[in-house]
Every structure is written in structure tokens, then in C-alpha cells.
Design a protein around this ligand. Structure first.
Ligand code: ADP
Ligand code: MG
Length: 710
């Protein structure tokens, strides 16, 4: 249960004075947390969401010129006399707005009110009296006007108009002033909370309390207050990172603490498999296996992440780990994100596992009825050694006789959180855990999504893969590039040609791709094909199949090349307007060539002039093919928010913390989380209570539940 003193912060915004149904609707739209669910229905915005809505700029209402001197389009504060009220009458079938003419010695302007309440306006701006008004100055039909001034106040005492006001991201229909009022209400509801962070650390950083820092966050005084180094932002970022690290540490602890066991075997099955392989393991594969073996043999639970680019050979590592579990007398399970991938794993693994006579079975949504029942029976009877399925298996009532090792293939998505939590409770509780991911995650971000999970990296490609020659070429030399492609195609090469993201609109992207397609067809003839996102799945498959069969030599596409396309014969990748792509995207695209025997190349076509950042990015691409290096560089060049398409990837989104800016704070938070849990494994005692407040504040309270369950 959430501590009672926090309850007010988690009530809906409608409980605030001044927030009626209209404002409530707008605030919900802007701030409501998206409730995860099939339809992505959103819930209601709560006071806490208002507090985490961070201002992005300042308005300086000190600017008080005369009307004649006032700059158009800016916020100004004017002292004016009310000269005339013109209630809006019907005009050309529409209701005209209510206008109030005001003046000073230099000029006049109209104050414009839509859907006005006359009596209210007559009280607010009485005829012939002076008022201070503040708002944005516009021009309409050749007249100066201010629509719905942000502030109107009597001249005496300058009452009520703040000199400096924070500016917030808004949604259509919601004014900064209404939002600001709601935030003020939420700030008033903020309780005083005891300090949860090490007092010496807080003092050393000269931070204020949590509540004061939240208030400071909403009271910026200068542009400097928007920097990540602002003390209030730092303090809150630290709190958020501490909550994140604490939650992950609790999760890890609850998985590790379960009665572990030691799984080890002489390696008879493993040897049978390895002896039959047509290749030798790479150094990285061998090292990773040693790390996995040590974890499994240890009486504590294994909780390990196996990271490696596509093609780095994760599958065989997983199989060899499972072979050890089987030889030691247990069963193993491998779960993939999609049915297709589960099938692919099943085919590969059955083939490699055959020399060791392992009994491998597949279970997905497609295996139904009697077949399914038979598989389930066989699992229970320990007549299956390795079960391969989709992540959905976690949700099902499946009983192994003795599950010793679970392998989760995360492929491109990560944020394995929820699944880890499921693991802690249900299927596989008590089994060793190996998570595989193909996304190179920078170390900094790794910590925020996996906490202290142990990591093995496959940072070495299987031998025989030639490096892809990467060149950057100005688009001005397009004709030469096309000549080069012509010659390559003559020589039997196959080419991907990727067209850029033009804008928000897929239609524009498509137009660019179609134009390039027409152009290349003219130059190279009928062996050019086109795929894009507007085609049906079947149409796409047809074109892809033609390309895979070698009937097409050049495949033009928008950025949506199907994940998992594998055409080993394709050896040239052309990326147009490469400067518009992110590093991670360029890396993924380039990874589609260099799979076959031929020397591959990648041409990054860019438009001049290149900005500094774009130039650096292209240089990174030229200098390395190592996904890990590229990911680190991406983080360095762009900042955490956008790395690797983190939005789609499921990395935790932080409300305040910014990575890599707050990297040092992250490391400190990890250390403090560790220390806290070592002192109070169940967050017991008074200090534990405080840390629980923190977990609830940042909605990481799953961790609290876990602690109770475990
Ligand atoms: P990942 O799962 O990491 O994307 P895979 O396990 O599918 O990579 O391996 C990619 C390809 O490389 C497969 O065809 C696999 O058989 C092969 N492979 C794996 N390890 C080696 C190795 N040590 N030497 C040569 N080829 C290997
Ligand atoms: Mg163990």
C-alpha cells in the first residue's frame, strides 16, 4: 500500500481548485500516463504528473514598453486605459469575438476575447480605468491586438503579475496560465518528506530537500536554470536514478536469493555438439561460455545478459549452455519475441543439437489441441530436454519436470524488466537465467535498464567475414555512383539502395524512393525493384523473393527494409542522405551486407554542406563496424533520449534524469542502492521506510511488492 502521505499526489487533477471538466480533459491529454493495455487507453492525469511536467523556458514580463514600441509576436506588459467595449455581435453568420479597445499615449490595441462573458469582462476591465495587461502582441487585419491576455491587474501595487514566469509544453486549447495555475495547486499539495538520501551526499552537493527542489524546478530564474547542472534538476535526477537502481537491485536480489543450485557437467553433450560444428568457436564465444558455466556452477542464481550484434553467434552459445543444463539432468527453455524467430531458433538448434541426441520441441500459438497436450505431457514427464517457444510461454500454465535454465532472446527490444519480474514469480522461478540481446547498449544505459545484471559480450565476429568497405560520397557525384553501381551489377553484384526519411510523411518518403527508382531503372534497366511501407505484405514478399533469387539486381527501398532480410549475395549498400540517419540506423542497414563471400561495400551519400554533428557521425561509420563502439558514440553525440531509437526499444523513460549528462549521478545512485540493500535487504527500519517513499514517488513500487513476495 502506498504511504498515506503521498496519496494526495496521486489523485486526479480534477481534485484541484479551478480544474473543471474542460481543463481536466486537456491536462489528461497532455499528461495522463499511458495505461499499458491492448488499446493503449490513457488514464487520468494526476497531481504528480503536473509536478513532473518540466518548464522549457521563461517569459520575462518585465518588458514594459509603450504600445508604439512593443515588438510584435512577443510577450509584453503594458499599462493601458480602457477606451471602449465592443461586445461581439453576429457577423457573416459567425459570432464575432468580444473586443475591448485600450490605449496609452502612443497608440491603441484591441483585446480580443472569444466566447466572452460580458459581465465578467466589464468587471475585469472597467471603462475609463487603467490596468496592467500582459500577453502576446499580434497583428490582425492591420490592427494590433492581444488575444486573451495572460494577466490583467490593477495598476496600483502591480498586483499579481509575476515578473518571470516559466513556460511549459502545452497542448492545443490549454494556456500556459491555466497550466501554471494547476501546477501551483499541485505544488501546494506537495508534502514535506523526510530525507532518504545519504545526508553527507546531499550536503556535499549543496542540494535542497526533495520538496524544495520540485518547487525550484518550477521557479526558474534564468536560462541557466534549465541546464542539467542546475542543483534542483540534479537532486531530482539523482532521486529518480536512485529509485531506478533500487528497484533493479531489489529485483536482482529477489531472483538471486531463491534457493539456487549448482549446475555443472563434464561436458559430454557439449563436446558432441562442438565436434560436429563446421567451425570453431570464437574467442568471445568461448569466454562467454566460461562466464556462463561459472555462474551456473555457483550455488547462487545466474542472472546474465549475453550481448552481441546480429550474426555474432549467440544461438550456439545459448545451445551449449542448455546442453550443460541437460547433461546435469535438467531441462532448458528458450523464448523468442516472435513466433517466426522461435521457429528459426528451433530449426537451427535442432540441427546443431542432433549429434548430442537432445530432445528439442517447439511450442508456439500454432501448436494446438492434441499436439499441444502431448507436448505439455512430455514436458512434465521430462521427455523433452529443450523447449523453444515465444515469450507468451511465461503467461501459460506450463509445468516442466525440472527446469534448470531459461534463455530469453530479446532480439531488438529490451527493457527486460517485466519479464524478469514474471520470472521471479512464475515459470522458471528457480531456474538459471540467460538473456540474449542483439542491441548494442552503451554501458551507461545498460545500467538503467538491466541494473547490475552480469554481462557477457560477443564483441568478436565469427572469422571469415570481411570488413565492409565504407565510403562517404557527396550527392553531387551521384552520376559517378550510378556508373559504379552499373559496373558492379554487370559483374554480378546485388545492391540495396536506401532512400532517406524526407519528413514526417510517408507519402513524401515514397515519392523520393519512386523518383530514385525511376531514375535507376532508366540507367540500369529492368533489374531494379522497389519496396516500401505502402505495399501489402504479399507484394513486399514478392519483390523480396525476386531480390533473394537474384532476379533483381538492385532493390530500392524506403527505410522500412524488413527486419531479418537475409540475402547473402547482396554486397553493396547505398544509403542516400546518410546525414539524416542516426548512427544506430546506419549500423543496422550496413549490417545487411557483408554476409556472403564477396567483398562488400557501403556508400554513404551525403548532401553538402555537412553540419559538424553529421560529419562526426559519418566519420564514426567509416572508422568502425563495432556495434558497441557505435552505440557509445551515438550516446555521446546525441544524448541519451534518442539513442538507438530508445523510444521503441523499451528503455526506461526518465522524467527528470538526462543521460549521459547525469552519468555520474547514475553511478552514485547505483552505489547507494547497493549499500542500502546490503544494510537492509527488505528496506526495513526507518531509513527503509523513507526509501519506500522514494520508490512510490517514482512509481517503482513493483519492487516493494517483490520484496514482500520474495
Ligand atoms: P546471432 O544469434 O548472434 O545473430 P547466430 O547465432 O545466428 O548469430 O550466428 C550467425 C551465423 O554465424 C550462423 O550461421 C552461425 O552458424 C554462424 N556462426 C556462429 N558461430 C560461428 C563461429 N564461431 N564461426 C563461424 N560461424 C559461426
Ligand atoms: Mg547457479
Amino acid at each position: 500500500m502506498r504511504p498515506a502521505r503521498l496519496n494526495s499526489l496521486f489523485t486526479p487533477v480534477r481534485t484541484l481548485k479551478g480544474v473543471g471538466p474542460r481543463i481536466e480533459g486537456l491536462l489528461d491529454k497532455l499528461l495522463a500516463p499511458k495505461v499499458p493495455g491492448p488499446k493503449g487507453v490513457s488514464g487520468h492525469a494526476r497531481l504528480i504528473d503536473l509536478l513532473w511536467h518540466v518548464p522549457v523556458g521563461l517569459v520575462d514580463r518585465m518588458h514594459a514598453p509603450s504600445i508604439a514600441e512593443s515588438p510584435l509576436g512577443q510577450i509584453v506588459t503594458l499599462t493601458v486605459r480602457v477606451a471602449e467595449h465592443r461586445p461581439g455581435g453576429p457577423r457573416k453568420g459567425r459570432r464575432a469575438p468580444y473586443r475591448i479597445l485600450v490605449e496609452d499615449e502612443t497608440s491603441t490595441i484591441d483585446l480580443v476575447y472569444f466566447k466572452a462573458d460580458q459581465r465578467y469582462l466589464e468587471r475585469l476591465l472597467p471603462l475609463d480605468e487603467s490596468r496592467v495587461i500582459s500577453g502576446r502582441l499580434e497583428s490582425y487585419d492591420g490592427r494590433l491586438q492581444m488575444t486573451h491576455p495572460d494577466h490583467v491587474a490593477p495598476v496600483e501595487g502591480g498586483a499579481g503579475i509575476p515578473e518571470i514566469e516559466p513556460v511549459y509544453p502545452l497542448t492545443a486549447g490549454l494556456s500556459n496560465t491555466s497550466l501554471r495555475k494547476a501546477i501551483d495547486g499541485a505544488l501546494k499539495a506537495l508534502p514535506d518528506l523526510p530525507e532518504w538520501t545519504d545526508a553527507a551526499f546531499v550536503a556535499k552537493n549543496e542540494w535542497s530537500s526533495f520538496s524544495d527542489s520540485v518547487k525550484d524546478l518550477h521557479t526558474p530564474r534564468s536560462e541557466d536554470d534549465f541546464l542539467p547542472t542546475n542543483p534542483a534538476r540534479e537532486r531530482l535526477a539523482y532521486d529518480e536514478l536512485l529509485a531506478n537502481q533500487l528497484a533493479l537491485a531489489v529485483l536482482r536480489q529477489s531472483l538471486k536469493r531463491r534457493a539456487g543450485r549448482s549446475i555443472a557437467a563434464p561436458g559430454r553433450l557439449r563436446k558432441a555438439i562442438v565436434d560436429a560444428l563446421p567451425f570453431a568457436l570464437t574467442g568471445a564465444q568461448a569466454r562467454s561460455l566460461r562466464e556462463i558455466d561459472a555462474d551456473m556452477a555457483d550455488p547462487l542464481h545466474m542472472l546474465r545478459l549475453l550481448q552481441g550484434d546480429v550474426g555474432s553467434g549467440k544461438t550456439i552459445v545459448a545451445l551449449l549452455a542448455m546442453a550443460t543444463a541437460v547433461e546435469a539432468g535438467h531441462q532448458a527453455a528458450l523464448m523468442a519475441p516472435t513466433e517466426l524467430l522461435a521457429r528459426q531458433h528451433y530449426e537451427t538448434i535442432s540441427r546443431f543439437a542432433a549429434p548430442a541426441s537432445l530432445r528439442v520441441r517447439l511450442l508456439t500459438g500454432r501448436e494446438r489441441g492434441k499436439e499441444r497436450l502431448a507436448i505439455l505431457e512430455a514436458l512434465k514427464a521430462h521427455e523433452i530436454d529443450i523447449l523453444i517457444g515465444t515469450h507468451a510461454l511465461f503467461q501459460e500454465a506450463i509445468a516442466f519436470q525440472d527446469l534448470g535454465l531459461t534463455v530469453i532472446d530479446e532480439q531488438h527490444r529490451f527493457g527486460v524488466h517485466q519479464r524478469l519480474a514474471l520470472q521471479a514469480k512464475g515459470l522458471g522461478a528457480g531456474a538459471e537465467l540467460l538473456v540474449m540481446t542483439a542491441t548494442p547498449i552503451p554501458r551507461t544505459l545498460l545500467l538503467t535498464s538491466y541494473g547490475d545484471l552480469d554481462v557477457s559480450r560477443l564483441d568478436e565476429k565469427p572469422p571469415g567475414r570481411k570488413p565492409v568497405l565504407t565510403r562517404t560520397v557527396s550527392l553531387e557525384r551521384l552520376d559517378e555512383v550510378v556508373d559504379g553501381i552499373d559496373r558492379a551489377v554487370e559483374g554480378g553484384a546485388q545492391v540495396y539502395w536506401v532512400c532517406p526519411l524526407v519528413g514526417e510523411s510517408e507519402v513524401l518518403d515514397l515519392a523520393a524512393a519512386e523518383e530514385r527508382y525511376a531514375h535507376l531503372r532508366e540507367r540500369l534497366g529492368g533489374q531494379v525493384g522497389l519496396v516500401h511501407g505502402q505495399l501489402t505484405g504479399k507484394e513486399k514478399d514478392t519483390v523480396m523473393a525476386q531480390f533473394a533469387a537474384g532476379d533483381l539486381a538492385v532493390l530500392v527501398s524506403t527505410t522500412v527494409i524488413e527486419v531479418g532480410v537475409d540475402v547473402p549475395n547482396a554486397s553493396v549498400m547505398v544509403i542516400e542522405h546518410a546525414e539524416r540517419f542516426g548512427l544506430a540506423q546506419l549500423h543496422q542497414l550496413r549490417g545487411r551486407v557483408g554476409r556472403g563471400a564477396a567483398q562488400s561495400s557501403c556508400l554513404l551519400l551525403y548532401k553538402q554542406p555537412l553540419g559538424e554533428l553529421a560529419r562526426e557521425r559519418l566519420n564514426v561509420m567509416r572508422s568502425t563496424e563495432d556495434g558497441f563502439v557505435i552505440a557509445e558514440e551515438d550516446l555521446r553525440l546525441r544524448g541519451g533520449g534518442e539513442v538507438l531509437g530508445t523510444r521503441q526499444s523499451g528503455l526506461p523513460a526518465f522524467r527528470i534524469a538526462q543521460l549521459p549528462d547525469h552519468q555520474d549521478l547514475l553511478a552514485a545512485a547505483r552505489d547507494e542502492a547497493r549499500l542500502c540493500l546490503s544494510r537492509m535487504p527488505r528496506l526495513e527500519g526507518e531509513h527503509g521506510e523513507r526509501l519506500r517513499l522514494l520508490l512510490y514517488l517514482f512509481e517503482r513500487d513493483d519492487a516493494v511488492k517483490l520484496m514482500r513476495a520474495g
